[in-house]
Design a protein around this ligand. Sequence first.
Ligand code: BGC
Length: 748
Amino acid sequence: MKKIQWIKSPENKEGAALTFSKIFEISENLKSATVKISSVGVYNAFVNGERLGEQVLTPGYTSYVHRIQYQAYDVTEKIQKSNKIEISAAPGWAVGHLGYDGGKNVFADHVSVVAEIELTYENGEKEFVNTDATWSVSTNKVTYSDIYMGETFDALHEPEVLGAAVADEISAALVAQVGEDIKEQERIAPVELITTPKGERVIDFGQNMTGYVEFNVRGKKREKIVTTCAEVLDKDGNFYNDNYRTAKNEVTYILDGKKRVYKPQFTFQGFRYVRLDEYPDMPVNLDDIRAVAVHSDIRRIGYFSCGEERINQLYHNIIWGQKSNYLDIPTDCPQRDERLGWTGDAQVFCRTAAMNYDVRKFFEKWLGDLRLEQRADGAIYGVCPEAYKDKTRHSRISAAWGDAAVIIPWELYRAYGDKKILADNFEMMKKWVNYQRSAGSEEYLWLGGYHYGDWLAMDAGGEGCVGATANDLIASAFYANAADIVVRAGEVLGEDVSEYRELHKKVVAKFRRYFLENGLPKAEFPLTEEQAPGRGVVDKIRLGMTQTALVLLLRFNLCTKAQRAAVADKLEELIMNFGGKMSTGFVGTPYILHVLTECGKTELAYKLLFANENPSWLYSVEHGATTMWEHWNGIKEDGSFWSDDMNSYNHYAYGSVGDWLYGVVAGITVCEDGAGYKKMHIAPRPCKKLGFVNCEMNTVNGKVESNWYYKGEKVYFEITVPHGAEAKIILPNGYTQTVNGGTYHFVV
Ligand code: BGC
């Protein structure tokens, strides 16, 4: 898009959607017409009353300080002699409530739009109709819209002309859309209309999700539909949404007596239940009401099912956790006053995500923003796009969060086998390692800093959020891992990475000297005031001997090969001391089952998978979860809630167990020297309790299948390898065979 004038309203109508319009004529013999549109805020657009495109929430969410996407529409079929283009823009992410510090107007305090209509005639001549002061601005029936707060549509509102548009200055670059389209993906019928003990009318859609509710009703003039939403009911069956914090999620329709389809246009909610706070004076007909699930148009590639319904429900919850939180950026949660691109959450879930869906384009966009927001010294913030209004502030620069900058490109390379992914991100990856190098108070370790730690681990104690594992240990372990990934990525790219190879060796050596004693972590590491500002004395001691610490030693090869068995035994001991359960949070959980399997303790890993007491994956399943919970015990045993403050029921981080289902239970693992599933291991670990497993993954290199079932004590395997791929099949009895494309059967 050439440099085109941005325009805004002559009068700011805070919170409201505004319509920017222009009437234009065309000459004879038009060959084609395209419109390119963007906005600060979110927009939808119409030519001669017909809506452009199927996307919603355009132009999407990017790091608006740096870049804003535009969409291009072919409107040739819609153009007449005389035409009207209308672009409605509402606050969206850029202008409405968002983020932390008061959380509003993070990028701008008013909406703006920009558009270019390109008319091409048969004789090759071109004519442009661009946004400028000849466009007119008026109010819109959407009298209020906000990502966190909700939306009001007043069918009785008569649009008021505010005057001619005014030129606006937007410094961000305009770029053609790089991400996936955001679309309405499915419509879900209500399961039931409940009248709660408090007498409130609540619709249950049976599924927690992201999107909105669509009403197809007439009502009488001036009657209203007012709704708020919730993810769970309380223990008495009453409506509860205190966990949304300040995000009101209130949707209001003022009816005009005509039959209309009412749905939000510029916002979305995270919900399973919808309370009818006001409703027209008529019976609620559930056939007129649908939930609309909205997310990025990622393509499903992975499927897993087995003979244990609770594990199938867990898998279902993982899928819905991804659908709910892959709305243009990878978010922590879709409901409360966050919905932010938390880097740590994105990092821990991305391997599973890439097995469930084709996420390449989705992440390439977000990584583009991560690169733009990386600080000159290499720092990566906890959230991308960063959402502080006060641009001198930022989320924490934390180990395991900033590591998204190396882990995600590497995971994408493993899944898609395209070097370009690494080439695009290699500078960012090296810079993050360089940051880690400079951040620590001691050479070759990352000591100090203010981290999120093993977030939400069960050894945090009380209502604490940062787990017991020493942040210094976590940070130094991730530093070693990041240096190692840079080495491997550099080798793929044919870069000279001797410096990072050397660095990795030194970090590992120093890690061993500083944190370990006889191959196991030392017990305690006191924190300084800088590391835990304002914390009480108890919080100032962090531990080395935790499940998460041991998991990291094994996962990142921080202990020697000879020490692995002892570390794994110690991990088993800690698990048994913790009631046979995990105490791990965001940092340890994604890896714990993998390291147990790698160390020959698959049975224990299965025990953790099947555990159903808090903390465990099946705890939430048995408590009715339809998506992944932020807290292992978001609903406690007595039915009360963990807290109002940090308690989302749609947080995908613990869904990272999905890659153990694909990678160990079904056994499909891509080899790094055959990235993009050109080479893989298929090593299923059957478990009688599961009965059978059917797993398929439509990789970029073709369809891989791993199916097995028990018949008596025997296990029957059926493994399909795509043509052009090589797979090393490793069966539980140790039998190994390297195969190429085809279907193979075994009985063990
Ligand atoms: C988010 C998390 C995030 C964390 C930082 C929370 O508020 O919801 O998922 O990673 O902050 O530790």
